[in-house]
Design a binder for this molecule. Sequence first.
Ligand code: ALA
Length: 424
Amino acid sequence: MMIRLAGTKKIARGTNSYKVDFPIFETKMNGKPLIYLDSASTSQKPRQVLEAIDDFYRNYNANVHRGIYKIAEKATSEYTNSKEKVAKFINAGSMQEIVYVRNATEAINIAALSWGEHNIGKGDGIVLTQMEHHSNMVPWMLLAKRKGAKIDYVELDKRNGKLDMSSLKYALDKRPKLVAFTHASNVLGIITDAKEITRRAHKAGATVVIDAAQSVPHMEVDVRDIDSDFFAFSGHKMLGPTGIGVLHAKRDLLESLEPIMGGGDMIRSVLYDSVSWNDLPWKFEAGTPDISGGIGLGAAVDYLSGVGMRKVREHEKKLTRYALEKLKGIKSVTVYGPEEKDMENRGGVISFAIEGVHPHDVAQIFDSEGVAIRAGHHCAMPLVTQRLGVASLSRMSFHIYNDESDIDTAVKAIEKVKKIFRVK
Ligand code: ALA
């Protein structure tokens, strides 16, 4: 059972009872209560995560897998235990399938360097989608360049902005070696049908890599049901600390791969002329790992599990629908991504534009009202500039600590932007 600690100072509350768990909401931004609408970029951290990290450094800081003394044993068991928690959270086969990395980007790069290096050759096909984040694009571009492979992009449906399944079919008919796609777009909020895409990709003989950076923090995820080969996400977007992320892969696949980094912790034995690897998942974790990060991530998983991922998803659906309805009623505002009628396929990310106003100016005026949003190409430049045809977009994104009053404040900030820039 989750224990919710009361805040020490007053936190402005709307309709949200979770906000008190997040100390950052005790601070003000430009003299106003902080309204944080940038969780797709990074999430805020509950007190329970901060306390778990603090507890490690204060009370049992020691290296893992090395010390024969009490605090080292505790550090090792807490760190390992966090992997058990993560494995359960995404329904992985076992903690041996949970490789800790720095973030989703590093996870995808490891898949490209370990699996890709040995399995992609000249003329092979790699299938991506038009809405990938750079992190699920550039590692494959680098690999394709090294190997002489060819990249195809699954198009977005012109009618609803979702993945065009006939374009996927066209790409799969060419029997690619790899299909890599996002589970939830950080720009359009679109949630892809990961299970169905994986099924089709496997039928075509492809290995599947899923960028789950924007899905795992916000919804129930079952990697065994999806059946992906590689699955990547970051701790910092799911209420955990920065610097820790997860590469999940099927055990047989991980067993078959060579590590790409060598050093302590990933070896079983080294002689002057030979080396053998440690068991999974340590085989892929060279050097002293991010121990506090793993422990913090475990605490974040405890927190999210205590709330319940269905509840997180329902909360964000309700907020997103509320925000989309409000934005629809504002003249000169264009919203990108599926409409509020389609919430089953939409996450809590809303990219928008105000006619004639640069998104950086929008973000600056929001900032003056204490509201944090992101503005730019959102690390998905091809989607934003080439596919959507705009230089940049403003974006609000939600998590469990947001409520309707946050959106009401954002709507007031939009009215302020329109007034300052004399937008009709
Ligand atoms: N990928 C993160 C975002 O969408 C940083 O903001």
